[in-house]
Design a protein around this ligand. Structure first.
Ligand SMILES: Nc1ncnc2c1ncn2[C@@H]1O[C@H](COP(=O)(O)OP(=O)(O)OP(=O)(O)O)[C@@H](O)[C@H]1O
Ligand SMILES: [Mg+2]
Length: 383
């Protein structure tokens, strides 16, 4: 920087750069703003910022002062070598009269701009080197006259680098939290699809099989089963739509929890060999998230009982308790070892039931043992 620039000017320039950095939330944009600000701040012709990876290269490398054209011609990203490596490893600034005469200089690709005077400052957060800023060829000066970068330039750049560390860390946290949100959303959709849609399709498959075996023998009943197939398919389509637009299950919206459960149980009773029965006792209205969780858990517990247990009877009870309610799904089937299943870890049903119970502020217990049948109980606190 030219000496006549006042300290005040320097502070203004750094402050403008910091504001510009904080306006961006994507890591890539933050990096680009840092590098452009750095170049303008000290009046260099070229600037670059490298974020190292742990394999001796750079995860990101952004430049300023080089045209896209020229950047392409330069070829692949540099490795961490020579002066770049020294800065990353020692986390110390480097100010050189002529980078080409430094013993650590190892050359550059033919299309690389000719750099002479050089100022490099690491961007550090605690012990971690997040990246390094490199500036070259002070614009105001004759490159043949030695290093043009001054103590002031270095001080300004150190200040910028300290802010850059914060901006970069924030941008990374932001991206990470967005990734987590997306992952959470994916898990939610997977659970919804599993609980709502795959069960309907399972019942649909059974009903279609029943229709196929009846079609010659008893066309009239086959017709009835086919009507059921059409109805289940329509319900599956509704559920799918509800998952996609995050609606409450249609049945709950229209009829409330008790009626929705009763209908669901009746459908299963008709579609499966086991006897499936429903009892409701003094249930009050519950917050909608709790109703939804109860319905989904009941659906999965029923589905498991019908698919895995080979039960003769499945009983569903919904009963008011305090301000809340308890759901119990009991089958007299073959039972299983809950801890062994949890260890095997590849099933979504039990995991999803637990998640839903916890998500609604309730709790879930699975009581089962081989040869003993299964009781799934879920309690929610009410409003
Ligand atoms: N009521 C039950 N009676 C007997 N075994 C059961 C019962 N419920 C669950 N299981 C056993 O526990 C396992 C895990 O159940 P879970 O619902 O988590 O997964 P899944 O039903 O196999 O697959 P999905 O992910 O489609 O639900 C089942 O595979 C089954 O072996
Ligand atoms: Mg299951």
């Amino acid at each position: 920087m030219s000496n006549e620039r006042s300290a005040r000017g320097g502070i203004d320039a750094v402050s403008a750069a910091v504001l510009a950095m904080s306006r961006h939330r994507e890591v890539r944009d933050v990096l680009q703003t840092i590098v452009t600000s750095a170049r303008e701040l000290v009046g260099a012709k070229y600037a670059a910022l490298g974020v190292p990876d742990d394999r001796g290269g750079f995860a990101q490398f952004v430049v300023d002062g080089v045209s896209d054209e020229q950047w392409k011609r330069i070829g692949p990203l540099p490795r961490q070598h020579g002066i770049l490596a020294a800065m990353l490893h020692d986390a110390a600034p480097q100010r050189l009269h002529d980078v080409r005469t430094d013993p650590r200089f190892e050359g550059w690709p033919s299309a690389h701009p000719e750099l002479a005077d050089f100022l490099g400052v690491p961007i550090v957060d605690g012990d971690e080197v997040l990246g390094a800023l490199f500036l070259a060829n002070e614009e105001c000066c004759d490159p043949h006259q030695g290093s043009a970068f001054t103590d002031d330039d270095e001080a300004l750049l150190r200040t910028l680098a300290a802010h850059a560390a914060i901006a970069l860390t924030n941008a990374r946290l932001y991206e990470r939290s967005r990734e987590l949100t997306i992952a959470g959303e994916r898990a939610r959709i997977a659970h919804e699809l599993h609980d709502a849609v795959s069960q309907k399709l399972f019942s649909l498959r059974l009903t279609a099989q029943a229709a196929a075996t009846l079609v010659d023998r008893d066309p009239q009943r086959a017709k009835g089963e086919l009507k059921e197939v059409a109805r289940l398919a329509a319900e599956a389509a509704d559920e799918l739509r509800a998952v996609v637009v995050e609606l409450r299950p249609a049945a709950l919206e229209e009829d409330g929890l008790v009626a929705a459960l009763r209908t669901h149980v009746q459908v299963l009773d008709r579609a499966h060999a086991a006897r499936v029965a429903f009892t409701a006792r003094s249930v009050r209205a519950l917050p909608s998230a709790q109703e939804e969780a109860l319905l989904r858990v009941a659906q999965e517990a029923l589905h498991n009982a019908l698919r895995h247990a080979h039960a003769g009877t499945v009983d569903v009870l919904l009963e008011g308790r305090g301000r809340g309610a308890v759901l119990r799904v009991r089958d007299d089937g073959r039972g299983f070892e809950p801890t062994a299943v949890r260890r095997a870890g590849r099933h979504l049903g039990l995991v999803s039931m637990r998640d839903r119970a916890a998500g609604a502020g309730g709790r879930l217990t699975v009581d089962s043992a081989p040869g003993k049948g299964t009781v799934i109980e879920m309690e929610v606190p009410g409003g």
